[in-house]
Design a protein around this ligand. Sequence first.
Ligand code: CMP
Length: 140
Amino acid sequence: MTGNQTFTMIKPDAVSKNHTGAILKMFTDNGFTIAAMKLVRLTREQACAFYDVHRGKPFYDGLTEFMSSGPVVAACLLKDNAVADFRQLIGATDPAEAADGTVRKLFAESKSRNAVHGSDSDENAAIESDFFFSKIERVL
Ligand code: CMP
């Protein structure tokens, strides 16, 4: 049984280039409903905590520096089979490997500045949504 929610961030590269509206339209055009959303600039400590699972990896310092370098748009999205369908919509982590028509193919600069985040499991979708949103901030 797969869950019906996922969590996303539109990352600082895409927000600063004013791609937020076009990316949100891709989400909703592809059947995702926005259950919660906010624009927020993470502190370095908050970015480190969010990506704690990657602590110790070679890209961790660069990732957390980048994710705290400007505002992100964080959102909880609803759809049947949300995690897998959303990962298909955003495409591979590296835009050079992303399929045509995916969000990262259209908007990402590189593997580290890759426009959007998407949860990789139902469990992480719940953890990541709880990191950003209280119950009262969600329309679930
Ligand atoms: P995201 O979906 O936000 O989850 C973890 C992020 O780490 C990922 O997107 C990439 O932006 C980044 N990442 C993963 N692997 C690498 C890598 N090999 N080099 C640089 N950044 C990476």
